[in-house]
Design a protein around this ligand. Sequence first.
Ligand code: PLP
Length: 361
Amino acid sequence: MSKRLFNFCAGPAALPETVLQKAQADLLDWQGKGLSVMEMSHRSDEYVAIAEQAEQDLRDLLGIPSHYKVLFLQGGASQQFAQIPLNLLPEGGSADYIDTGIWSTKAIEEAARYGHVNVAASAKAFDYFAIPGQNDWQLSDTASYVHYTPNETIGGVEFNWIPEVGDKPLVADMSSTILSRPLDVSRFGLIYAGAQKNIGPSGLVVVIVREDLLGQARSACPTMLDYSVAAKNGSMYNTPPTFAWYLSGLIFQWLKEQGGLEAMETVNRRKQQKLYAAIDASALYTNPINPADRSWMNIPFRLADDRLDKPFLAGAEERGMLNLKGHRSVGGMRASIYNAVPEAAVDALVTYMAEFEKQHG
Ligand SMILES: *Cc1c(COP(=O)(O)O)cnc(C)c1O
């Protein structure tokens, strides 16, 4: 028997055990076909069926309208930072970006290589501990689109609302929040998400794009980065990340079995409430984020004395809780509690935090 510990990693993150078991059972001989999914031609009937089922399940989960394409691409969310302006920002054009932390800053820096970036709002004035309200945004008339990061994986701030941007396409980096609850996809021009947080394994980025935004890539855009080429070829212009796509499909099926995104929302709401309540009730742990803007998926917290970090992490590992160390730029701790992190993991963490506080507080 293998032992499965509680994994709070920010990414690549925990995957549901039953999904891994299914992949294991099918690893050598997929459904009696005598070969692994990893060894199949991406053009084979078997693989095309796997790929199409995964897309359909994702469409069902998110209620993706038919005038949106779903693309399964490589290069991670970071490549989207360039791919978005290459496709949506004409030469000499400008785009509005909202700065809420480290990931939005990376998106801004990359987009600035391709055109003018108007930082329409920044959380800097709040030390990145709060989301700037829409009333204070300086959106421009000339922007080709508005980009924001609904959940900042490192800082731990999250929008609990969708920005209103008129007829401009709203572009969202949903890497660490997609599928955590229902979403009105029709409010967006483009949604992208690196898979390794809340979708599946690394090596895959999912892009959901409204069809009217296709076909506008600038001439210097590499063929491989042109959304319309990917869309026309069913994300198989070249060899896609077949195994990551397949495994993500198993996750989509698992999410359906859990009751879909409404059910995930119920569990995720409870999980984050438990953890924030434990932090707020203690004298040892703090989370600096404005309560209305707290992330459901990534919860950073500090101990009152940095010297307790090491013993805290060591004790957590002894109890089977992995990867609670905070991001190097923030310090302290971070618990990432994505869909695949069971509520029992949060319960175990909360119990341990109280125990540790009793000993060291
Ligand atoms: C992890 C993450 C990224 C980077 O993803 P890669 O797939 O590693 O490029 C970008 N944005 C957000 C919000 C993330 O959480």
